[in-house]
Design a protein around this ligand. Sequence first.
Ligand SMILES: Cc1cc2nc3c(=O)[nH]c(=O)nc-3n(C[C@H](O)[C@H](O)[C@H](O)COP(=O)(O)OP(=O)(O)OC[C@H]3O[C@@H](n4cnc5c(N)ncnc54)[C@H](O)[C@@H]3O)c2cc1C
Length: 427
Amino acid sequence: MKAADPANRVLVFTQFEDVAYSPCGIPYVHGKEIPDFQSLFLADKQAYVDAGIEISYETTVRSIDTAAKRVHVEGVGEVAYDALVVATGFDYKDPGVPGSDLDGLYRVKNIRAAMEWDKVLDTVKRAVVVEASPLGLEMVTALAHRGIETHVIDPHPWALGDLCDPDVVAPVQESWAEMGVQMHWNTKLEAFLDDGAGHVRGVATSGGELPAELVVVATHKVPSNALAVAGGLAIGSTGGVVVNDHMLTSVPGVFAAGDVCEIPHIAGVPLQGLTGSHAYAQGKVAGFNAGGGDRSYQPVYVPWATVAGKWIIGGVAFGEVAAEALGMPYVVGRATGISRARYFPGVKPVRVKLLAEPGSLRLIGAQMVGGEGIKERADFLGVAVKKGLTLHDLATMENVYSPPIGALNEPIAVAAQDGVAAAARGA
Ligand SMILES: Cc1cc2nc3c(=O)[nH]c(=O)nc-3n(C[C@H](O)[C@H](O)[C@H](O)COP(=O)(O)OP(=O)(O)OC[C@H]3O[C@@H](n4cnc5c(N)ncnc54)[C@H](O)[C@@H]3O)c2cc1C
């Protein structure tokens, strides 16, 4: 809003004690890969005071009255606005089983809470992570890295079951097994078990009971939409707030951004619960427009990547599981290459799978697993999908060859060549 017009008065209300920290780093502090939580803070509170942004911490907005253009803020009263941005984020989906309010259930989100939970982790010998979601993946790896006996339960047959292809996630699961993680696939949560004093003592599942001193609830992200619903904003099929390309909701003067809203995927499917980088980009558009500016936000292709076990996995748009679920025909090209020259110390495997539209061979998605360089490939392939590049384009792409950082044959190009050959064979 300040970027649109420095004279804008900007009021921010947050239930949390802080703003401008990276929740994305929390699992790595728990896993002892980052030494402390302090390094996750991006700016101190004074920086916002200096920028003229008025932030009220630990303050809850209770309701929105869009007709009167005001919000009701607990402990403050009615606050009038000219333009409003709703960015209330996400909640973990309620598993809908008994015991959801027990102590010892950790829903990773707020950094101050994470600091307290980190002390608890020192006392935990055995933990269960409920669902191998993207956040679940990070927490499984972190807990195992910390030396805690870690179990993961998930109703799918493999990790990231509704996003990732089994061949891509298989090395991750092998590395978890090496780290001592016990995986319980096709396993439904039935209850959180009470120790009789209101603290969790484990979980009941479709495969039996698992004792644990701590349970991480990493269920699917759902939009924290209570305020938006009560305020009468249109809600889409995912439960997210519907926005147009200006991040404007169904109500004039009310914008939304981040995990609370749903965004069209390029295939026309609405998506909710994207990444922090999406929330950041959407927030800039919503804030700029709320401040009187004129910016737009495009449908997304969702490049993604994460560290899981001893591997990095990632991709863009569709993998085979998603394409099949949507009934999309595709041609696939596969390759296993290397990240550096084969003789250079530290060389890692890079497995690439490319999906393309039959006929045109236009790229429609990719999934990858490897030891390094996955993030950069996902970013590049995101642009490639967006710009309509084909397997022919990628098969003949130029690439950097420099022994410490890149191999002679780029795995993306080799996978594209494989896809072109598969298409020619009619495979
Ligand atoms: C552990 C963890 C790891 C993650 N890792 C990654 C990663 O590696 N990469 C990535 O891209 N993304 C990651 N994410 C996701 C990313 O953090 C979120 O997508 C992003 O923070 C969403 O931003 P947001 O502004 O929509 O919501 P949030 O950052 O959740 O902010 C919501 C805000 O709304 C406030 N609020 C809600 N209701 C009210 C109310 N009634 N009154 C006042 N204030 C209210 C809250 O206090 C909070 O300040 C991770 C998230 C977590 C929790």
